[in-house]
Design a protein around this ligand. Structure first.
Ligand SMILES: [Zn+2]
Length: 193
């Protein structure tokens, strides 16, 4: 009786590990970026889907209204790619400052898709399920990656997800989901203070 129970537990464990290995642990969206534009900044790597208009993405992220380290952002003599790279870095520094959290080992990745349908699709591929909720963006700690799209991106959306990345890298023991969400909402709220 006890023996067969042990066998069952063993089998169950094997099945669970197998399931995890084949479900979401092995799907790394960043490995499926052939043909994507890759923009490297100091603190981020930004992947843009081939259909994405980088000029549009750049114009949707407005960070002119606040200072970071003494100076304001200027677009002068910079390509859309250079502007985007600088905006990502400045936003990340801003988020760290708002939270007063400066995790040492954070190099953020961002996947920018064309539209909402693609965000929904990658969410299902990563988590292997859908709760039917429409997210304009999300952050996955396992990949240190923010997922969003040209259609919906703006500075507040990015700052919110960057907040998740900073919090997840700052704490050794991660706070509960509700607290993490509150911290990210706090970032979004105080972005332009
Ligand atoms: Zn959130």
């Amino acid at each position: 009786m006890i023996k067969s129970k042990l066998v069952l537990i063993f089998l169950f464990t094997v099945i669970i590990f197998q399931f995890q290995a084949t479900s979401w642990a092995e799907y790394d969206p960043v490995s499926a970026t052939e043909g994507w534009s890759v923009i490297e900044s100091k603190y981020c790597t930004i992947f843009c889907h081939p259909k994405v208009d980088i000029n549009k993405v750049n114009s949707r992220i407005q960070i002119r209204f606040y200072d970071i380290n003494g100076g304001r952002f200027s677009a002068k003599n910079k390509s859309a790619e250079e502007q985007l790279a600088e905006k990502f870095d400045r936003l990340l520094l801003r988020v760290e400052k708002i939270l007063d959290m400066y995790p040492r080992k954070l190099h953020l990745k961002a996947m920018i898709y064309k539209n909402q349908a693609q965000i929904d699709e990658v969410y299902i591929r990563i988590f292997n399920y859908s709760d039917g909720e429409e997210r304009i963006s999300f952050y996955v700690h396992k990949f240190t990656t923010v997922f969003t799209a040209e259609q919906v991106i703006r500075e507040g959306v990015l700052a919110h997800e960057m907040g998740h990345a900073v919090v997840d890298h700052y704490f050794v023991v991660l706070p509960p989901e509700k607290i993490k969400e509150l911290l990210s909402q706090y970032v979004e709220l105080h972005l332009e203070d």
